[in-house]
Design a binder for this molecule. Sequence first.
Ligand code: GLC
Length: 540
Amino acid sequence: MEDLRVNSQSSLSDVDDLFRLLDRPRLNIERKRSFDERSFSEMGIMDSGINSPGGRSGWETPASSTRNSFEPHPMVAEAWDALRRSLVHFRGQPVGTIAAYDHASEEVLNYDQVFVRDFVPSALAFLMNGEPEIVKNFLLMTIQIQGREKRIDRFKLGEGAMPASFKVIHDPIKKTDTVIADFGESAIGRVAPVDSGFWWIILLRAYTKSTGDLSLADTPECQKGMRLILSLCLSEGFDTFPTLLCADGCSMVDRRMGVYGYPIEIQALFFMALRSAMSMLKHDTEGKEFMERISKRLHALSFHMRSYFWLDFQQLNDIYRYKTEEYSHTAVNKFNVIPDSIPEWVFDFMPLRGGYFIGNVSPARMDFRWFALGNCVAILASLATPEQSAAIMDLIEERWEELVGEMPVKICHPAIESHEWRIVTGCDPKNTRWSYHNGGSWPVLLWLLTAACIKTGRPQIARRAIDLAESRLLKDGWPEYYDGKSGRFIGKQARKFQTWSIAGYLVAKMMLEDPSHLGMISLEEDKQTKPVIKRSHSWT
Ligand code: GLC
């Protein structure tokens, strides 16, 4: 198919292929194996992914049993109306939701586009509400866009790259709909989104799990789409680590924030996408080859993450006493982290009970910041062991003021300020301390927190967070983010009617009411990837 580019943006004008896919519910006649023969074990209804490590289940606590959580909150109907207003259509069919429906804002920028990552909570809300069609349309639309040739200036991007966002342009005269996608070539900072492809795979699994309809994942288009994404992220290079090397701003934090290297958000999504793909790839020659590569990578990745990204009191104490300049494979301080580089705040922040995956690990660098998305996804994907998952929830409880405050949920903690802010963000006026990506509070993260709470058997924590959100979200017009140390102020440049704030709230509510929804976004612990035995303390 011909590729047409408009103003350096990838444009999809020939949509017949897409319509073929959208219109025809495909039955894959090539499928030779039955449902049971597939490695689709996670699709079983039995697996809701709920566990209660440490026996601290909250299901019987007074907070959840005395309260009638099934009583519909007036905000729920408002949220559904707002979510439906954000729908984007392509030739009469819903294919996504725009990022923000904010008429008051003078600068639309790209908030009128369908972002892949932003659509995930919308998609989950629709799936939970028994409306899977839009999700199917979205998955097919984006896979079509993935197939285009994409260039930034004179450089051709990898074939499997998924767009950050796309826009449908209606021409009322010619009566045509055209899709224009952005792979980073128009985005501020020109960074390609690494998370989009991972979210796409995760969403395909959610769709399949929630509908029980294997035929979409089984289409040659979806199988190829998965393989292209996997080829990109599993390709061999100069890596010494199984983690994925990234540029700053390639995910939800899409501006320079010192998250280059091996950010936890990408590693957790990478892990979850690999496991999700594993459950959906066909057992044909190509599929099997990828499954082998995935299995090896998962093994190494879980070991690396659970050993080197994990921080708790004991671990912090070990790092504090690290020797440096060790040579050879016997080194304990493998990345040569200089203890003097440990920031002061982390000594006060780290409770005796609790732990988390830190923001980044690379040579001589540990970014000790807490990032909510990466830690919640690590729980959902079972990248965190049951003990680690419980410890992450302990930390959230122990450090509630810092990590949740008055509006759930803080994107990262703590904020960077002064000289560090100048150096790390390049003096970004949008990311000043305790604002936006720099320690701002994002209501969208409520769904991830809720899912993590349910999975670890602590719904009362989610209930507490939802109560906080309900006291303000609607009144404030569903802001994109809140500012301030405890998230009390509507964000300086926050959009109103931000779709993922709305959808995130709905997903959180629906999941808490019916925890069986969790299965579509949660993966059971893989018994084959053994939990890591704690590193020995060599200088005790
Ligand atoms: C901002 C956020 C990004 C989001 C986009 C659209 O750029 O940082 O994560 O996808 O807005 O809402």
